[in-house]
Design a protein around this ligand. Structure first.
Ligand code: FMN
Length: 153
């Protein structure tokens, strides 16, 4: 349950929303959706590690595994705040979330340095693994392309 009195949305309510499917599919896929209401409650480290582990086991072109993730949490509030600051206004809601994860893909193959035209595909596959595992762990994730950039030193 969120802490504030005027927000009566429970975590359980959010994660049990299910798609109206026409044909049977795995429950996890049917339950995943892009909620915009977040509790500020910190996420257990074990759950965070599980979702990253799920991303790790995604298929990828030539098994390159081009995905990389930068995780921002309250363990380093200054960096979390910096990450929040690049969110576009439409994603203001995400500033409540206790974790922001920046997903990155390496564009070249590590052995021959040639361009990997499938890098973004593979990142998407890893992201989806992560999303499904997050729902499996009772967490909510929301993908966001709406962010700008900031100089990191
Ligand atoms: C690559 C990508 C970028 C997205 N960017 C944003 C975003 O910046 N802000 C936002 O509120 N939702 C964003 N979304 C969420 C989509 O709007 C959402 O997934 C879509 O409406 C389908 O809804 P569902 O995920 O609940 O099925 C993004 C989704 C994807 C896959």
């Amino acid at each position: 349950m969120t802490e504030s009195n005027n927000e009566r949305i429970t975590t359980t309510t959010i994660i049990t929303k299910t798609a109206k499917i026409d044909h049977p599919i795995n429950e996890l896929i049917a339950r995943r959706w892009s909620a915009r209401a977040f509790s500020t409650k910190p996420v257990e480290k074990s759950k965070l590690l599980s979702i990253l582990e799920a991303a790790r086991w995604a298929p990828s072109s030539r098994n390159e595994q081009p995905w990389r993730y930068i995780v921002f949490t309250n363990e380093n509030p200054e960096k979390l705040k910096k990450a929040q600051s690049v969110l576009k206004d439409i994603n203001e809601y995400a500033k409540r979330a206790p974790i922001l994860i920046c997903a990155i893909a390496r564009k070249t193959y590590s052995d021959n340095k040639n361009y990997n035209r499938l890098h973004f595909h593979d990142l998407g596959a890893a992201n989806e693994n992560m999303f499904l595992e997050a729902f499996n762990q009772g967490l909510i994730m929301h993908e966001m392309g709406g962010f700008g950039s900031i100089q990191y030193t």
